[in-house]
Ligand binder design. Structure first.
Ligand SMILES: NC(=O)c1ccc[n+]([C@@H]2O[C@H](COP(=O)([O-])OP(=O)(O)OC[C@H]3O[C@@H](n4cnc5c(N)ncnc54)[C@H](OP(=O)(O)O)[C@@H]3O)[C@@H](O)[C@H]2O)c1
Length: 271
């Protein structure tokens, strides 16, 4: 099978590529600003904001499946329009699509969110991810939409780097912002299971354990043998920033559907 990973230069995209190559697939991986150098991956440059270029790439590669990961936190055209362009091109080629979505499309509340809850975004990034989902669902109702949370792993994870920066006093972690971190390898394995399956629509794929960003910082301190005394914290509520505060994804449906075990963050960062 030929798998096209759009955003292979990203943290999750690269791990999806590695696992797919290891499973014996032909893997074509795209990049935009940061060239891909992954063993066994055919690299192609594409800008997802360029609809014609995305269509031409997909038509040339003729993938059986497409994994769509690109986003930029502050760029609607990449996050929303780009996702639509990838979905359109995948549908045109008759390829199975797995689109990466986010817990950021929820407003935040104490109760966990179920898989198919309607987005309630409160900030521009969340709105762009919600718009991306709407476009993908309209273009390809059979696509799987993977709603995930903080992607953790090694120092290449931007969430881990944020924690390391906060432990060094260069950033702040909120004590009231709850999330369900997921390991990059677990998430990539789950994505590849969904590529091979026929799940359609949103599916929460996150860790089973909710922690605050500050608690994540303490787990990272223990994992990296860093004295947590320097950890800088604050509350999201007092920061004045418009952000979802408590977002817990209930991933029990994914846990039942998938063979991949989605590990909790305490277990992940234990040693
Ligand atoms: N990271 C998290 O904690 C988190 C949490 C929830 C949901 N998610 C979702 O999970 C997905 C993957 O996240 P990640 O952290 O692995 O992302 P990442 O490491 O930041 O990678 C983003 C990818 O998007 C590509 N990209 C950016 N602009 C592009 C453009 N104009 N055209 C084509 N490609 C472009 C980048 O390519 P270049 O680097 O080559 O420019 C890169 O491959 C995203 O959809 C994100 O919304 C992530």
């Amino acid at each position: 099978m030929t798998l096209l990973v759009v955003g292979a230069s990203g943290y999750l995209g690269a791990e999806v590529c590695r696992q797919a190559v290891a499973a014996g697939e032909r893997v074509v991986g795209t990049y935009h600003a940061n060239p891909v150098e992954l063993a066994g991956v055919e690299a192609r440059r594409v800008d997802v904001t360029d609809r014609a270029a995305v269509r031409a790439l997909v038509a040339a590669v003729r993938p059986a499946a497409v994994v769509s990961t690109p986003y930029r936190y502050d760029d609607w055209t990449v996050t929303a329009d780009g996702a639509a362009h990838v979905a359109y091109a995948a549908a045109e080629a008759g390829a199975r699509l797995v689109h990466l979505s986010s817990d950021a499309l929820h407003a935040g509340r104490p109760e966990p969110y179920a898989d198919d809850e309607v987005p309630t975004p409160v900030f521009p990034y969340g709105a762009a991810k919600a718009a991306a989902e709407t476009a993908v669902r309209v273009i390809d109702p059979g696509a799987a939409l993977v709603r995930t949370s903080l992607i953790v792993g090694d120092e290449r994870s931007k969430q881990i780097r944020l924690c390391l920066d906060a432990l060094a006093g260069r950033a702040i972690l909120f004590t009231d912002e709850a999330r369900c971190p997921v390991d990059v390898a677990d998430l990539a394995a789950a994505v590849l299971e969904l590529v091979a399956g026929d799940h359609a629509g949103p599916l929460n794929v996150a860790g089973p354990e909710a922690v605050s960003r500050a608690e994540l910082g303490l787990l990272v301190a223990r994992r990296f043998g860093i004295d947590p005394a320097g950890l800088k914290t604050a509350t999201s509520a007092a920061s004045g920033l418009l952000r979802p505060i408590e977002v817990r994804l209930d991933s029990s449906r994914a846990a039942g559907l998938l063979r991949t075990r989605l590990r909790g963050v305490t277990e992940l960062l234990a040693s």
